[in-house]
Design a protein around this ligand. Structure first.
Ligand SMILES: [Ca+2]
Ligand SMILES: [Ca+2]
Length: 128
């Protein structure tokens, strides 16, 4: 699944872009932390992917792999701790799984172990 969403994944109060890449590692997610303002002081759009990648010395940090198993993914603070958790619907089973945010952006440990939060949602394409 290929998608983009806007959400404050880093917890600094500034909206970030989170982008999927279904062609890498069976589906990766990459957050691109936003800066403040609608446009950058230097001009140009706020979410210029190449500029955001250049700014990060080590390149963008991918937050997990294998997300192609999901046909719906959204971010919501389902455990009400103030950090956005990832909720996905498993394509093959219709299960909803919640991956709690670890309160850090750290590659494969950004999300905690999945918790089953729903069953029988296979027929539904979009949940929000
Ligand atoms: Ca942020
Ligand atoms: Ca949370």
């Amino acid at each position: 699944m290929s998608w983009l969403t806007l959400a404050d994944l880093t917890g600094d109060g500034i909206i970030d872009i989170i982008a999927s890449d279904p062609a890498v590692d069976n589906g990766t997610l990459t957050p691109y932390p936003g800066d403040d303002g609608i446009t950058r002081a230097a001009g140009g759009p706020r979410f210029d992917r190449e500029a955001l990648e250049r700014r990060r010395a080590a390149g963008p940090v991918k937050v997990g792999a294998g997300w192609n198993m999901m046909d719906v993914i959204f971010l919501n603070d389902v455990n009400l701790d103030g950090w956005l958790d990832l909720v996905g619907k498993v394509k093959s089973t219709g299960e909803l799984r919640a991956y709690p945010h670890s309160r850090g952006i750290s590659g494969t440990t950004t999300w905690g172990a999945p918790q089953l939060i729903g069953r029988g949602w296979g027929p539904h394409d979009v949940i929000s």
